[in-house]
Design a protein around this ligand. Sequence first.
Ligand code: 4AD
Ligand code: MG
Length: 467
Amino acid sequence: QTTSISNILQKFIPENTKITVHGWIRTLRHSKAKISFLDLYDGSCLKTLQIVIGENLHNYKSEILHLTSGCSVTICGKIVKSIGNKQDIELVATNVTILGWIDQPNTYPITPKKHSLEYLRNVAHLRSRTHIFGAISRIRHILFQSMHNFMHKKGLLWIPTPIITAADTEGNSKMFYLSENFNNKNISNNISTNQVNGEQFFFGKKAFLTVSGQLNLETYACALSKVYTFGPTFRAEHSDTNRHLSEFWMLEVEIAFSKLNDIIELAKAFLTNMIQIVLEQCTPDITYCSNHSQCNLFKRLENFLNNKIAYIEYTDAINLLISCNKNFKNTVFWGGDLFSEHEKYLSEEYFKSPVIIMNYPKNIKAFYMRLNDDNKTVASMDILVPGIGEIIGGSQREERLNILKERLLENNLSNKYYWWYQDLRRYGTVPHSGFGLGFERLLIYITGITNIKDAIPFPRVFKNINF
Ligand code: 4AD
Ligand code: MG
């Protein structure tokens, strides 16, 4: 019987059962009494399984004594109660097969001691072997699964939206263009696509990596009523910060016959549900992340569940920021965007809670947001959380054709790319709203990781792609 370490430690397997486990050695020690102890991990849980190996094994001297941290092994043995006080049960080995040695142990970049996250970014192909990346990966998995469950229970259908797109969803985003005919020779000569082809094309048409699936998603919301999409999203922003990635995952929700408040409620219910599930199902991993980041995550997450979320109108937020007598680097004025220092002040100092900012000026938000009666603001919302800033952005969509046309014009956006989007308003238009959540931003909030580069296995960021 082969099983996982998680199954063994959760005592799903009765004592004295003969079993086989596979894994990698985290730490090991050889006692003078000619017994060796290995701590084995296989990724199924945070904890390691203690393996006890006696000198009676045929390869004890020839192999076991030469094992080092990182070697991969298959162990057959029996589960017994442990006499040591660090663990309840352990595995007494009857056979140890070494699958892979560590080539020159002194060069192995992953040692059992705690490495800094900065150091681990340079060995992204091996960092999955550390406790912290194991913990983040298991939390991410539970979030992925729970997210789909939540949407399914709420009656939303999952619509895959394209990664290769022709229209810029956000209107003015920085995009990565695609090209055909790009070969290795051009890469090695460091010639940009532009120089090679004159222009960047996807089989003769302009195309780029999606910045958001929203517009495509709206076509399905305006037929199937409640839909969502989840996938990689690309932004060519020149932002080298600890909350920007060039490639990140976004959950986007789109609901027909709904208004701004409806999707605010849905977004809140979603966050609450995700946090509850992680607290229930990932307790050991959250505990580990909490210690690792020195941020009390239980307090952070329980505060989220127990405290009210603050609401503020953009206009009121501006007044508050102007009158608070803080020396912000970026000046605050009505019509200007909020910078992270302003968001920080609002959620961390003023409200000391998550905060929802609503009704931003139209000129700083995307063309598709529904114009309010004041003709100056749009029915928009951003959800900010302390320590991170914006994790969700959403809005009611402009469902009135004439106003949408004006907004496209104001933003210099051509009918050539948005004609189909207008059709949704031309044929049976309905009020509808939606939001987008940056998955890695949620993950850094939940794990206390301070840099978003550590929330995705292979970060693609401004001027950096190593793996
Ligand atoms: O605010 P954004 O740009 O909104 C949209 O793309 C809308 N189309 C969403 C919608 O209404 N369907 O992005 C949404 C979220 C942000 O709140 C943020 O959490 C995340 O995506 N995000 C990023 N995360 C990591 N790196 C980046 N460069 C990000 N840019 C946005
Ligand atoms: Mg936004």
